[in-house]
Design a protein. Structure first.
Length: 158
């Protein structure tokens, strides 16, 4: 995925990419009222023994914020069904950024490095449980919501 900038309604574009993300899917861009650009996307990371779906948010001048980093093979889905679907969006309202994305809902804190809210967990901390606090819930692909009001230090306008 290549992201470039234009200052004249698309007549001319910057010669270099603002961002180049290999293998990115489901892109979303938003610009807040301060001119800060956010770029949300998902990508399949095959660099480790277990493939992983990563959902990342980038602001110009900063490294990606990893919102989700989940196994790519849990849960198992039919071959005809898209694993994550195309459910991703990013909006800027005032200075804040709001977004939604789909990901594996396994309740492992390391899968959500940006400290996303997690479902109820049992005392072992890794199994999803129902409202009764004990009924196991199998992993599935679920929607997640996020809100960023404090931009990473150094995020800049593009």
């Amino acid at each position: 995925m290549h992201v470039r900038s234009s200052q004249d309604a698309g007549q001319k574009w910057t010669p270099n990419d603002i961002w180049l993300v290999n293998g990115a899917i489901n892109p979303a861009l938003a610009i807040n009222n301060k001119g800060v650009v956010g770029f949300l996307y998902q990508r399949l990371d095959s660099s480790k023994p277990q493939e992983r779906w990563k959902t990342e948010l980038i602001f110009a001048g900063k490294p990606p914020i990893i919102l989700a980093d989940t196994p790519a093979d849990v849960p198992k889905v039919s071959s005809w069904q898209p694993y994550l679907g195309d459910y991703l969006n990013l909006l800027a309202i005032g200075a804040d950024f709001f977004g939604v994305f789909s990901a594996n809902n396994t309740s492992v804190p390391d899968f959500f490095p940006a400290k996303m809210p997690l479902y109820n967990r049992n005392c072992k901390g890794k199994a999803l449980v129902g409202k009764d606090g004990s009924s196991p819930i199998p992993p599935s692909i679920d929607p997640f919501f996020f809100h960023i009001s404090d931009l990473p230090e150094g995020a800049k306008n593009e």
